[in-house]
Design a protein around this ligand. Structure first.
Ligand SMILES: [Zn+2]
Length: 294
């Protein structure tokens, strides 16, 4: 049985937040349209797909498409539908930020639906059986597998993608801290995706060479209290923070403490459990945020 399509029709009222990157305050307004369509030319579009409790981020730039995580197994069809609604025909790369099921589960359907050129992962050997079978699937598919470590730099369709974690040498003891941290730079905009990094991973990024204010932060580890440390948020001060979290999740994510810390640094917070899909379009040094549940 196919799941009924969850995607909203193209014309839907969207909350549009226009944040001039050089300005002080984001401007909010309601505007129709701009939901289900391929990205505009000359833009970096980062979509935080609503996969409930889990991560999935589509990065589109210069005609290329990259998928960072794919949510739990049951979210696979949802992710595939979303990618199609955004004009994706093939994936130039997928990133496994973390080998847990809430990050890799949906990749089975994604690999079935799309050609995938490159798979980026941390190489943390503590993968589960599910993760190892995912890796076998990737090798059967013939994708190139690249270990991503701090210092690696990729050109993703004109957007610079700097790997800023985990370290190139010995890994941390906790798998979450070995999450692949990718900093996207497009013009003056900076977007940081760092999976489920917790204190040690965040500390490593915070003392590295890529600190500075962010246009968008994917809040680490679904807004848990063991992440979003004051040090990390002070070194990577986000203007927009997106929390990938499921409604009424059993973990209590995001925690009130995390929300307070994000508020303290002045971040405008968007959450998948409240806003549905969160689509950030960066063009001409402006970031527009569209959501499917205003
Ligand atoms: Zn997770």
């Amino acid at each position: 049985m196919l799941n009924p399509p969850r995607r909203l029709p193209p014309v839907v009222l969207l909350l549009l937040v226009v944040a001039a990157l050089t300005g002080c305050e984001p401007l909010s307004a309601l505007s129709p349209g701009a939901g289900s369509q391929p990205p505009p030319a000359g833009a970096l579009v980062v979509s935080f797909i609503d996969v409930g409790q889990g991560d999935s981020v589509l990065v589109q730039s210069g005609g290329k498409s990259y998928l960072v995580d794919a949510g739990k197994p049951q979210e696979g069809p949802n992710v595939v539908d979303f990618l199609r609604s955004r004009g994706v025909e093939k994936l130039d790369g997928i990133v496994v930020s973390n080998p847990d099921a809430d990050h890799i589960g949906g990749f089975v359907d994604v690999l079935d639906a799309f050609e995938v050129s490159t798979v980026y992962l941390s190489g943390d050997p503590k993968g589960t059986a599910t993760y190892n079978s995912f890796l076998r699937g990737v090798r059967d598919e013939g994708s190139t597998v690249e270990e991503s470590r701090s210092g690696d730099v990729y050109d993703w369709g004109g957007t610079e993608a700097d790997v800023i974690s985990p370290p190139p040498g010995a890994l941390f003891s906790e798998t979450n801290d070995n999450s692949v941290g990718i900093l996207l730079t497009f013009g003056t905009a900076r977007v940081l995706l760092a999976g489920d990094a917790e204190k040690k991973g965040e500390e490593y990024m915070s003392v590295g060479p890529h600190t500075g204010p962010l246009t968008v932060l994917k809040v680490t580890h679904h807004g848990s209290n063991t992440s979003s440390t004051p040090l990390f948020l002070s070194r990577f001060k986000p203007r927009i923070a997106v929390i990938q979290v499921g409604e009424d999740n059993s973990y209590g994510h995001p925690t009130p403490q995390t929300l307070r810390r994000l508020q303290t640094v002045g971040a405008k917070v968007f959450r998948n459990d409240e806003h549905g899909d969160v689509i950030v379009t960066i063009k001409d040094n402006k970031a527009d945020v569209a959501v499917t549940e205003p």
